[in-house]
Ligand binder design. Structure first.
Ligand code: BES
Ligand code: ZN
Length: 633
């Protein structure tokens, strides 16, 4: 067995969707989720179980988009031209992924060609098979998106800051690019792209590509992305946007109403960029800008290259939640430059990025803040481990037959980061930094599997430090559930002080008003609240709320922690705020735990149902999908 199949048995890939080049078996058009259940025991590293496409026969290398945003009908209409290489010289079919797309026509060399849309799979959409004329090296697909496209959110003016103009944004990760572009929607396929986007004249379009802040606002915008990117990093947003520079290479796009607040909150972005370059090597993407989205954005952030998409819920006024920016920026190295080859390998993106985030935060704001953030991350990981089935606690998780959206947890993030932290502690920080810098260089602009990473680790750090690292321990981290015994445990002195104050208050030694909170940062507040016992008395809740007005906290993370307590203890004075919070915010990480907690009691569920019905028209499809189960009868 060679090193690349270090971990997984090299069983025949009978039911693979998109297979590595050295494989000769074929998929046919059987829906992938059906294939997966039949073949549970022979998962193959490098096989993308979430794409129908055939990049090992015909590989798309470049795409050219020409799309019009029709806000009245909530449709993107137009064409995409896919340039491809024939990896197998006699290949005569290009298979691309689609989801709820209306395919009007496919042409090659100006002539219509035959195409067939396969059976729809609930998670994966439908394969589009295109018959390739021998001479063709590109095809053009005419298509229209569905108003319910899973990767596009169309917002009415009422759902924006300014309330006057509509807004659109896409969110492609993990497998939603296919709902707005027919393409080979696998992170193993990298493409360069050009795009022309037509919008109402008073709106600006921006993409994960070259953006010109001074472009005339005329509804006709052109973009180019010269570096090859995986499909999940193709992104578009359209809105009443303005731009403000923050540094030489950094700036913010936002609606004018929040532009200044965003630029002030994120003013350290340029320093983050410089520090990260210094430690991990040059930034490969030219500019690094932020786009602030409306509050329905389902994530905290998304690392779309050159232009991270950011939730407005982190604009707290005191930079307390800017680790999100460090995170999305860090993806420019871990994720966008070195990319996970399949969704099983997501931890290579998110675990490395979480590790880098901690390091950037420490370099910029010091060790105390780093320690606090690391403890909060660790506690969040512990909570997930307590709740998840063992198989989902494995870094290289088996996602066959599953929707990657349904397996979102702290495992790839915090467990991945903790693994790297252990490697760092064993070989020394400077040595580990040198290793990471070399890793980013070695695999630049490639998509790699967990197995490739482990083989690389074996060739490099394991050989260099045979007395400090061993393969079995690494396998335990990557292939086994839970946290290995003896793993690093973060600690914070500041939090120890919070613990003693909380204990004194819980023991009745002092009223809440006497807890010394003047110098507390957001992190201390979060730690204070997140570690309350599961049951508090009505008097205790009232004491806390009267002393600190937690129900009206303007910090969305603190409000979240307090509202969780309010749900668990049925503290009704906070429920009107809870209702507004659920209706105004669509960031899934903030609302899902609240819906889950509310669904535990009949009264909570009825309340959740009412809020959900009101919020639903404004929620992103992903947030609807993630929470509707909690409010069903
Ligand atoms: N790339 C992720 C978001 C993502 C992951 C979307 C998997 C779809 C599938 C992004 O970088 C991210 O991790 N966002 C986090 C940020 C947080 C950990 C700082 C979020 O949105 O909460
Ligand atoms: Zn991330």
């Amino acid at each position: 067995m060679n090193k690349l199949s270090w971990v997984l048995a090299s069983a025949p890939l009978l039911f693979a969707c998109s297979q590595p080049a050295d494989n000769t078996t074929t998929t046919e058009s059987k829906p992938a989720s059906a294939q997966h259940t039949e073949q549970k025991s022979t998962m193959a590293s490098g096989t993308d179980y979430h794409s129908f496409s055939n990049p090992d026969a015909v590989r798309v290398t470049h795409l050219d988009l020409d799309l019009t945003a029709d806000f009245d009908n909530r449709e993107l209409t137009g064409t995409v031209t896919l340039d491809f290489d024939r990896i197998q010289p006699d290949a005569d079919t290009l298979i691309v992924d689609t989801r709820a797309l209306d395919i009007k026509q496919v042409t090659a060399n100006g002539k219509a060609v035959e195409f067939t849309l396969g059976e729809e799979d609930e998670n994966l959409g439908s394969p589009l098979s295109i018959a390739l004329p021998e001479s063709a090296s590109a095809v053009t697909i005419d298509y229209v998106t569905s108003p319910d496209a899973s990767g596009v959110q169309w917002l009415t003016p009422a759902q924006t800051q300014g309330k006057e103009h509509p807004f659109l944004f896409t969110q492609a990760q993990a497998i939603h690019a296919r709902s707005f572009i027919p393409l080979q929607d696998s992170p193993q396929v990298r493409v360069t792209y050009d795009a022309r986007i037509h919008t109402p004249a008073d709106l600006l379009a921006v993409m994960s590509a070259s953006n010109d802040p001074d472009t005339p606002r005329d509804g006709d915008y052109s973009f180019t992305m010269p570096q090859p990117v995986p499909s999940y990093l193709i992104a578009l947003a359209i809105g009443h946007l303005e731009f403000k520079p923050m540094g030489e290479r950094t700036g913010v796009y936002a609606e004018p109403e929040i532009l200044d607040a965003a630029a002030a909150e994120f003013e350290d972005t340029e320093s983050m960029l410089e520090l990260t370059e210094k430690t991990y090597g040059p930034y490969s993407w030219d500019r690094y800008d932020l786009l602030i989205l409306p509050p329905s954005f389902p994530f905290g952030g998304m690392e779309n290259p050159r232009l991270s998409f950011i939730t407005p819920t982190v604009i707290a006024g005191d930079k307390s939640l800017v680790s999100l920016i460090a995170h999305e920026l860090a993806h420019s190295w871990s994720g966008n430059t070195v990319t996970n080859a399949t969704w099983r390998d997501l931890w290579l993106n998110e675990g490395f990025t979480t590790y880098l985030t901690y390091r950037i935060m420490e370099m910029l704001y010091g060790t105390d803040r780093f320690n606090m953030e690391a403890v909060l991350g660790y506690q969040s990981l512990e909570a997930d481990i307590a709740a998840l089935p063992a198989n989902d606690e494995i870094l290289a998780v088996d996602l066959r037959g599953r929707n990657p959206d349904d397996v979102f947890s702290d495992i790839p993030y915090e467990k991945g980061a903790l693994f790297l932290r252990e490697l760092e502690q064993k070989v020394g920080r400077d040595n580990f930094d040198a290793f990471l810098m070399q890793y980013f260089k070695h695999f630049a602009f490639q998509s790699i599997t967990t197995d490739t990473f482990m083989a690389y680790l074996e060739d490099t750090l394991l050989k260099q430090y045979p007395d400090r690292l061993d393969k079995q321990r690494i396998e335990e981290w990557v292939l086994k559930p839970g946290i290995p015994d003896g793993a690093p445990v973060p600690a914070s002195d500041a939090f120890d002080k919070v613990d003693s104050q909380r204990t004194a208050w819980l023991n009745g030694d002092k009223p809440a008003a006497d807890i010394k909170t003047v110098n507390w940062t957001t992190h201390e507040w979060l730690y204070f609240l997140n570690n309350m016992p599961s049951s508090l008395s009505a008097a205790q809740l009232k004491d806390l709320d009267s002393a600190f007005d937690l129900t009206n906290s303007h910090n969305n993370e603190i409000a979240h922690s307090w509202l969780m307590i309010a749900v668990q203890n049925e503290y009704k004075p906070a429920w009107p705020r809870l209702h507004d919070y659920l209706v105004e915010i669509g960031r899934n990480k903030l609302v899902k735990p609240l819906y889950r907690a509310l669904s535990q009691t009949p009264e909570g569920k009825a309340f959740a149902k009412k809020a959900f019905e009101e919020a639903k028209p404004g929620y992103h499809p992903l947030t609807v999908h993630a929470n509707e189960g909690f409010v069903e009868d």
